[in-house]
Design a protein around this ligand. Structure first.
Ligand SMILES: *Cc1c(COP(=O)(O)O)cnc(C)c1O
Length: 456
């Protein structure tokens, strides 16, 4: 409604005209749907346009007002078809949820829940521990905590465990994750003092060892999720860092980011990280394939104590997870625990056989041909995205549309539903890997409409 003009703020149109029109049957119907203030505002705008010389019939005026109101009330957050081939596309909301997770969200959203009530004892419960048992079972660790997102998990860890003390981090890992989330900034906000060691391309275990002082609280590893350093490089593995940290009774915190449950390329898995670190943090909506959440796991005794301290810190309240997220996360974790991970869209997209991708692309191409849209199949690569597995491509087949690439991509993006394609080899390309089951026909329709719009 923020785009509506305040009807009370003296417009240029004489009120009687609008006041008379608003009581006519066509407008009273609109008032029932959109509210009187909105209709009056839209009507004023329309009448002002007419003042400037565009004469219209009564019906045309009514139609104009109605379509303007519909435009204003259309959803701002829209369902989009992701044909870009980037599985965890941050701008498109990362992981699409599984059916089970969506159902769980709907059930939790529509009624009351036992979010903070222990149904056995009738006492107050703790929301952040509702899925802890599932997390410790899935990842075979000792303690777990969930918060709003991984950035919050890291901020909470640094604040609750390291505030006023030193945290040692490699210069090669002072990363920006995107959306101005920079490690040095997070450190500053937390009140921990960052001690940088090594250089951009090379850091050794001795660098950490020499930087430890009486004020050191932890060593921090940050997964370089969205870039690669190649050439003359050296980094310290989690095992070596653990040796340094644990010899001095310091915490080893690992911001893993993507949270790979199973091996994919050379992405570090959660299990590997847990073998060495006291605290591991990652996102719920990256490789896990669940909702936006920050997951904190601990495998060591020090880690368990740290998680407890984090849960009790006042900041935990500010970054707490909401009930809809918890519902989706629980459903996703249960699918993984029970070996039904292929029901999780992200997992399915990662694993889909290349032959199936080729078949689907070929079918789209044939269907588009029938609609008068020319295309060809080309080989390409899908990306994991979302700051995971940088530089790693999954072989795929793309439907390359004939025609001006960027104009086609723009027409698709502005369509209904919007389709996000990608431009490759100077063509507007559709990657079947990231298009969800059941979206094929809608996609074909949208491509036909977009292609036609360019011919006009
Ligand atoms: C993605 C990522 C983050 C941010 O996670 P959000 O869940 O988006 O807050 C932090 N650190 C690393 C290493 C990441 O890859």
């Amino acid at each position: 409604m923020h785009r509506l003009r305040n009807p009370g703020a003296g417009g240029t149109v004489s009120l009687p005209a609008v006041g008379k029109l608003i009581n006519q049957p066509g407008y009273t119907a609109l008032v029932a749907d959109f509210g009187r203030a909105s209709v009056v505002a839209a009507l004023r705008e329309q009448v002002a346009t007419e003042r400037n010389g565009t004469a219209v019939t009564d019906q045309e005026r009514l139609n104009q007002v109605e379509s303007s109101l519909r435009r204003q009330m259309a959803p701002v957050l829209q369902r989009v078809i992701n044909a870009s081939g980037v599985i965890l596309h941050t701008n498109l909301g990362r992981a699409p949820l599984s059916r089970a997770a969506v159902d769980a969200v709907a059930a939790a959203a529509a009624g009351y829940t036992n979010l903070e009530l222990d149904l056995d004892t009738g006492r107050r419960g703790e929301r952040s521990t509702l899925v802890s048992g599932l997390l410790t079972a899935l990842f075979e660790c000792e303690a777990a905590l969930v918060v709003n997102n991984n950035a919050a998990a890291l901020l909470l860890a640094l604040t609750a465990l390291c505030k006023g003390r030193e945290v040692i981090v490699s210069r090669g890992q002072l990363v920006e994750i995107g959306g101005s989330f920079r490690m040095p900034d997070v450190m500053r906000i937390s009140g921990a003092r960052m001690v940088e060691v090594g250089t951009t391309n090379r850091t050794r275990a001795a660098d950490f060892d020499e930087a430890v002082t009486a004020r050191t609280a932890a060593l921090l590893r940050v997964h370089t999720s969205n870039f690669r350093v190649e050439g003359f490089t050296e980094s310290v593995g989690p095992g070596e860092m653990a040796v340094v940290a644990h010899a001095r009774a310091l915490l080893l915190i690992d911001d893993l980011g993507s949270g790979a449950v199973e091996p994919i390329a050379d992405e570090p898995t959660v299990a590997e990280s847990l073998r060495h670190s006291d605290i591991v943090t990652f996102s719920g909506d990256k490789l896990l394939g669940g909702p936006q959440a920050g997951i904190v796991l601990a495998a060591t005794e020090a880690g368990v104590a740290a998680v407890r301290k984090m849960a009790r810190h006042p900041l935990a309240r500010a970054v707490r997870i909401d009930k809809l997220t918890l519902a989706a996360l629980e459903a996703t974790l249960k699918q993984r625990i029970s070996g039904r991970e292929d029901e999780i869209p992200v997992q399915r997209m990662l694993r889909v056989p290349i032959e199936e991708v080729r078949r689907r692309a070929a079918l789209w191409s044939v269907k588009l041909e029938d609609r008068g849209v020319a295309s060809r199949l080309i080989k390409g690569e899908s990306a994991v995205g979302g700051g995971s597995v940088p530089g790693y491509g999954l072989p795929t087949f793309l439907v390359a549309l004939e025609g001006p690439a960027s104009r086609l991509a723009a027409a698709l993006r502005r369509g209904d539903p919007p389709v996000v394609a990608r431009i490759e080899s100077d063509a507007c390309c559709l990657d079947p890997r990231t298009v969800l089951r059941g979206e094929d026909e809608t996609l074909i329709d949208a491509v036909e409409v977009a292609a036609r719009s360019l011919r006009r």
